[in-house]
Write a protein that binds this ligand. Structure first.
Ligand SMILES: *[C@@H]1O[C@H](CO)[C@@H](O)[C@H](O)[C@H]1NC(C)=O
Ligand SMILES: *[C@@H]1O[C@H](CO)[C@@H](O)[C@H](O)[C@H]1NC(C)=O
Ligand SMILES: *[C@@H]1O[C@H](CO)[C@@H](O)[C@H](O)[C@H]1NC(C)=O
Ligand SMILES: *[C@@H]1O[C@H](CO)[C@@H](O)[C@H](O)[C@H]1NC(C)=O
Ligand SMILES: *[C@@H]1O[C@H](CO)[C@@H](O)[C@H](O)[C@H]1NC(C)=O
Ligand SMILES: *[C@@H]1O[C@H](CO)[C@@H](O)[C@H](O)[C@H]1NC(C)=O
Ligand SMILES: *[C@@H]1O[C@H](CO)[C@@H](O)[C@H](O)[C@H]1NC(C)=O
Ligand SMILES: *[C@@H]1O[C@H](CO)[C@@H](O)[C@H](O)[C@H]1NC(C)=O
Ligand SMILES: *[C@@H]1O[C@H](CO)[C@@H](O)[C@H](O)[C@H]1NC(C)=O
Length: 792
């Protein structure tokens, strides 16, 4: 937190260097354009595109005659284009697939204006479809996206409309989970399959009734089970989801070298063997600081490096230590959360050694406090192996509500529906290898004036800048409240953007295997300055998976440094002899990633690489080839200008050229105002629609997400008994063809009989019809309700 002498020295060094165009970017934010939908969820599809998902809401941007809730963001132009998605992906989970595609799981029922239940109901009362917003129940959805290049998309805009070849494939009649999951977690496994854990059935502030008399099922509102994609047979109950009842939405999960999984929720931690469904208890979170939603601490696995022998350490920072009662129930918190300071506490834990051996003395280790407390802070791992935390607020929690137990009317809510306050606009840099007491700094970082609270997101881009977007603690679009629905994205430039020269290595591979032959990458002399030997010693080759971001998490985010040796050549170029990924896919699961070469703390651009076989299944592994010994050459040196790599080492030494980027942001706001004017007519239509809808249903009375709940004046959440009690939907009605234009995707499309189901079938399922059809029938015969009834 305090500048150390070396930081001060670096700052002095950079401040005496005349600021070039590039160096003025370090530590600043730039306008990232308009995402069209509020960026609740994002992932990097390829070098060119970020895919964005929002909940279903009344965004001004339209597609196919309804508001858009997805867009595709072009990184180079910072422009978004609306995309069609059939179902409501609100608070879904997501992950990469081994072939470079992405998948997202679950979400909410169909909703209409104001977050009210869709106009067509499932038997249990949740929304199946809404006539105004034209969305379909997404509670069981499995949506797949095959990223495409700009060239493909420009050539055929049908991909934006749900063309399955590179638009969203989203057809619950064909592909669907076994049960409803809202706020589930997805974690990829060594074979590229995915485990999907827990969730609410219909949503709410936290996953419990109060008092908590049915911690497993909450009367049908909680889903304590896990299932796999591709399916491995019937979902199973996970005891940890019962033990952590109440605070287990979006449980934090990290695959360990042994193939077991670190899972953290409430203040508990386990090592989970999902094959045997066995749990090994690990120590409780010190101070009972809650890290999962809605406390929403920042968490990440620290870089796996040859220097730490790929030993996995997970860090948790911030969140909230609110007392048990304060968390309330499905409807709302029982205190005014926005007055309750978020935690600044950080803890590390290392459950296993690199070889998968259990650390019998495993313990949480106190780490440096963050500079400020944060709820909804988010860790982004940089190519340098340092981490940054973005977004969030100093007080309160995630979630939104029209009331708490003590502030009982919406008009008295001081921050609108937001349950957090005090947005933190200054990012902070964390150096996991710095001595204790000096790991955090925000020196030289500008402060954004855009609040990024609930439903904001952040993502590493290929040029090693960070895309920051979203923020929407509102049940439906509200651009006039204190923390409005936010469409403006920003780009943050970490300290290495002070460098006037970035390395441009050649020979970057496009695929990597688990073990096997080493390969060469060459860094030209023009990529660095100073002695070649020093640069070669100070070069890393790292795989970074930016992950699938939502709710302050980047599911699947991971950093693995490849081992290397080098040869310094007489022309000053450096040939890196690089090992493949270690032959243990648990360390870095198969699928897409970015590959960066970092010289003296300055990263190259990341290039897209696919790790593993490209398909779900056991990944081929081989012994690592022995790397040739390093060859040094004292006379060689780099030819980049002297200042190019001497600053911006990740120490937070960015320059503070205030004016220019502030101008850019203001420019963006002005442009945004203009756009609002242009779109006024469209908004007018939406308002008219809302008014129409409002006649049919009174507005959601309470915690809006759950509520979505009930067209009645009685505040109620999904856990309540009564007419809508339990809202245990997910019966076979979700599988009969829905009314309206529910899908533009062809049922004859490529997904009906493809590889998820080409894997060996669980014996319980039998043979004959394609597995998806059998599952379909199985679901029709045994819905969520009957499944649980049979287990009680
Ligand atoms: C979908 O997009 C692909 C790729 O652009 C194109 O080849 C195909 O013709 C499109 N299919 C439909 C049905 O529009
Ligand atoms: C967290 O877990 C503990 C122990 O099971 C439980 O007593 C507590 O109620 C849980 N907290 C919440 C908010 O549900
Ligand atoms: C990295 O490569 C060197 C040279 O082959 C080898 O000595 C070392 O053990 C390797 N380190 C790891 C963690 O594999
Ligand atoms: C937006 O928020 C303000 C303040 O919370 C509230 O008064 C207003 O009704 C909201 N507008 C809509 C459209 O929900
Ligand atoms: C956060 O809460 C604390 C304690 O209630 C209060 O003193 C402080 O002013 C709040 N900060 C903000 C930014 O609202
Ligand atoms: C890195 O990518 C950016 C954005 O695409 C580009 O402008 C820049 O020239 C690239 N730099 C290098 C060294 O390749
Ligand atoms: C590597 O480069 C960075 C940035 O210049 C510097 O801070 C660091 O001390 C260097 N490390 C070594 C081992 O030389
Ligand atoms: C949550 O608790 C409050 C206060 O006891 C109650 O009014 C509300 O009905 C509860 N919500 C649910 C979903 O049971
Ligand atoms: C990638 O795999 C998924 C799941 O198996 C499949 O649905 C998708 O079509 C595949 N993508 C491509 C581009 O083949």
């Amino acid at each position: 937190m305090l500048p150390t002498l070396s930081l001060l020295a670096a700052w002095l060094a950079s401040s005496t260097t005349p600021a070039s165009a590039a160096s003025s970017l370090a530590g600043t934010f730039a306008d990232g354009g308009n995402t069209l939908v509020s960026a609740m969820m994002m992932f990097l599809g390829n070098d060119e595109k970020v895919y964005i998902l929002d909940k279903v809401e009344g965004n001004a941007a339209q597609i196919n005659g309804h508001p858009a809730w997805a867009s595709i963001y072009d990184i180079a132009s910072r422009k978004a284009t609306a995309m069609d998605v059939t179902t409501n992906a609100f608070c879904s989970s997501g992950m990469h697939l081994p072939n470079g595609s992405f998948v997202t799981f679950g979400g909410n029922g169909a909703i209409g204006p104001g977050g009210n239940i869709g106009s067509l109901r499932n038997n249990a009362g949740s929304g199946a479809w809404d006539d105004t917003y034209m969305d379909v129940d997404g509670t069981k959805s499995i949506r797949i996206l095959n990223p495409c290049s700009s060239a493909t998309i420009n050539a055929d805009q049908t991909v934006l409309n749900g063309n399955a070849s590179c638009g969203w494939y989203d057809d619950p009649n064909v592909l669907s989970m076994q049960s409803q999951r809202w706020y589930s977690t997805a974690e990829a496994l060594a074979d590229g399959s995915i485990v999907i854990i827990g969730g609410f059935v219909n949503g709410g502030y936290i996953n419990r009734n109060y008092p908590n008399t049915d911690p497993a099922f909450e009367g049908g509102a909680a889903n304590p089970t896990y299932e796999f994609f591709p399916s491995r047979g019937q979902e199973q109950q996970m005891n940890f989801m019962v033990a952590t009842s109440g605070l287990n939405a979006y449980p934090h999960s990290f695959l360990m070298p042994s193939g077991k999984m670190l899972v953290q929720a409430n203040f508990s931690t386990v090592l989970w063997d999902y094959d045997q469904n066995q749990e090994t208890p690990l120590p409780d979170m010190p101070g009972k600081v809650i890290r999962v939603y809605p406390a929403s601490g920042a968490t990440a696995m620290l870089p796996l490096t040859p220097a730490n022998n790929y030993t996995p350490t997970v860090i948790f920072c911030g969140g909230s230590d609110m007392p048990d009662y304060a968390w309330g129930n499905y409807s709302w918190p029982f205190i005014d959360t926005w007055d309750y300071p978020a935690s600044k506490d950080c803890q590390r834990i290392t459950p296993e050694q690199a070889d998968g051996t259990f650390n019998t003395d495993v313990a949480y280790e106190q780490d440096d406090d963050m500079i400020e407390g944060r709820t909804m802070g988010q860790f982004i791992i940089l190519p340098t192996g340092k981490l940054m935390v973005f977004n969030g607020g100093v007080n309160g929690t995630a979630g939104y509500s029209t009331q708490t137990l003590v502030t009982t009317s919406y008009s008295e809510m001081p921050f609108g529906m937001s349950l957090a306050s005090g947005p933190v606009g200054t990012p902070a840099l964390y150096d996991p290898d710095a001595p204790k007491g000096s790991r955090w700094t925000n020196e030289g970082f500008d402060t954004s004036n855009i609040p990024r609270l609930y439903h904001s997101s952040a993502l590493l881009l290929p040029d090693a800048s960070v895309l920051i977007a979203g923020s929407n603690p509102n049940v439906d679009v509200n651009t006039s409240t204190v923390f409005p629905t936010t469409y403006q994205a920003e780009i943050f430039y970490p300290p290495y953007f002070a460098a006037s020269t970035r390395p441009s290595p050649s020979g970057m591979p496009t695929t990597l295997s688990y073990g096997g032959a080493a390969f060469d990458i060459t860094v030209p002399a023009s990529s660095y300055s100073g002695a070649a030997n020093d640069a070669a010693d100070n070069t890393t080759v790292a795989l970074v998976r930016p992950g699938w971001t939502t709710h302050g998490m980047n599911m699947g985010q991971r950093y693995l440094q490849l081992n290397n040796t080098y040869t310094v050549n007489s022309d000053g170029s450096i040939t890196l002899h690089v090992a493949q990924v270690p032959p243990n896919p648990n360390l870095f699961t198969p699928g897409p990633a970015l590959l960066f070469v970092t010289v003296n703390g300055i990263p190259s651009n990341g290039t897209s690489v696919l790790v593993g076989s490209g398909s779900v299944g056991a990944q081929p592994t081989a012994a690592q080839a022995v790397l040739p010994a390093s060859v040094r050459l004292d006379s060689a040196s780099g030819t980049a200008s002297g200042s190019s790599t001497s600053s911006g080492s990740g120490s937070g030494s960015g320059t503070t050229e205030g004016g220019s980027h502030t101008g850019a942001i203001i420019g963006g706001i002005v442009a945004g105002v203009a756009a609002v004017g242009v779109l006024g007519a469209i908004i007018g239509i939406c308002v008219a629609r809302r008014r129409r809808a409002a006649r049919a249903a009174t507005s959601a009375p309470a915690y809006a997400m759950s509520s979505a709940a009930a067209p009645t004046s009685v505040p109620m959440g999904p856990g309540m008994s009564g007419k809508y009690g339990g809202l245990r939907t997910s019966d076979s009605s979700a599988f009969v063809p829905l009314q309206g234009n529910v899908s533009t995707a062809s049922l004859g499309g490529p997904y009906r009989d493809e590889d998820p189901y080409a894997t060996p079938r669980p014996s319980s399922v039998g043979s004959g019809a394609p597995l998806y059809q059998q599952q379909h029938q199985q679901h029709q015969g045994q819905g969520y309700d009957s499944y649980y009834e049979s287990r009680r």
